[in-house]
Ligand binder design. Structure first.
Ligand code: PMP
Length: 300
């Protein structure tokens, strides 16, 4: 079966899915995106990602192309037609197509929307988590509104490439005061020697990860202590555990920072416990939905 994408109202073969050359996402990064993980056929943390999408659009004054209900049915259809059991759904909305001009086009120009789907191996992801990943650190060179999920990802791409070239999986970026902001595509966390989970507060400096917020809920439920505060590279090096969170990596332990082991150099027990809870909760939701035989729209 060939993969299908959704572009401006139509499901089209992925290989033939195109956006106009004068799309403002292409010329000005004038677009936002959202990524849902898929676990056992279920879009994870569905409402949280939808809410953040709404926020990103309103912060940039990009019109919403359709209602949440219409969008939800297309997103679920994308999972179905592409037979995604585990993987991700990517959605991008730009301010639309107009003759190149920095100034916004008139309200008659509709926003463009595109959606793609990707399968990912849960076994490979699990093996990676059980082994843990290495991260490097670099100066954060991004703009001041990292809370908006825009497609302006060049600094993130440069950081991730630097990590790859150093044999690492992620790059944690550091602000001018020496505090870690986040990873190129994930939030950054440490567990202190006292067993306290620490991650940076959700200001304009970082993307307020949906997975990050779910981990707070899970941590509370499991009686763990957490703090929202910035931490330095030195503090991370002295931490008992470290990990990253994102919709596609869930929670993945960090075992090395800039070539130095974190804790004993193996994934930490709290990190693995929280990862397990996250995956189990998502699988449980999928089982419930499959039992009902209904999709999100019918379910609420
Ligand atoms: N920070 C950045 C820069 C990201 O790209 C991502 C992944 N979208 C995250 C954090 C994690 O966000 P989420 O948990 O919503 O995937």
């Amino acid at each position: 079966m060939s993969r299908l994408a959704y572009v401006n109202g139509s499901f089209v073969p992925h290989a033939h899915a195109v956006i106009h050359i004068e799309d403002r996402g292409n010329q000005f990064s004038d677009a936002v995106y959202e990524v849902w993980g898929v676990i056992d056929g279920e879009l994870t943390d569905f409402d949280g990602h939808l809410k953040r999408l709404d926020r990103s659009l309103s912060e940039l004054r990009i019109r919403r192309p359709m209602t949440d209900k219409a969008l939800a049915s297309i997103l679920f259809r994308m999972v179905e037609v592409n037979r995604i059991r585990n993987g991700l759904i990517y959605l991008q909305i730009s301010r639309g197509t107009a003759r190149r001009d920095h100034v916004f086009p008139t309200d008659t120009v509709p926003p463009s929307i595109m959606i793609t789907a990707k399968s990912m191996s849960p076994e490979k992801a699990e093996a990676r988590a059980q082994k843990g990943i290495a991260v490097i650190t670099q100066k954060d060179i991004r703009w001041g509104r990292r809370d908006i999920k825009t497609v302006s990802l060049l600094p993130n791409a440069l950081a991730k490439q630097a990590a790859k070239e150093a044999g690492a999986a992620e790059c944690w970026m550091i602000d001018p005061d020496g505090f870690i902001t986040e990873g190129s595509a994930a939030n950054a966390w440490i567990v202190t020697k006292d067993g306290v989970l620490v991650t940076r507060p959700a200001t304009n400096d970082i993307l307020n990860g949906i997975t990050r917020r779910i981990i707070f809920d899970l941590a509370s439920r499991e009686g763990l202590t957490f703090e929202e505060r910035a931490f330095t590279r030195d503090e991370a090096l002295a931490a008992r555990e470290a990990f990253i969170t994102s919709a596609t990596s869930f929670l993945t332990p960090v075992v090395e920072i800039d070539g130095n082991p974190v804790g004993n150099g193996h994934p930490g027990s709290l990190s693995l416990q929280l990862r397990k809870s996250y995956v189990a909760t998502a699988k449980e939701r999928s089982r419930k939905r499959e039992k009902r035989g209904s999709i999100w729209l019918v379910a609420r």
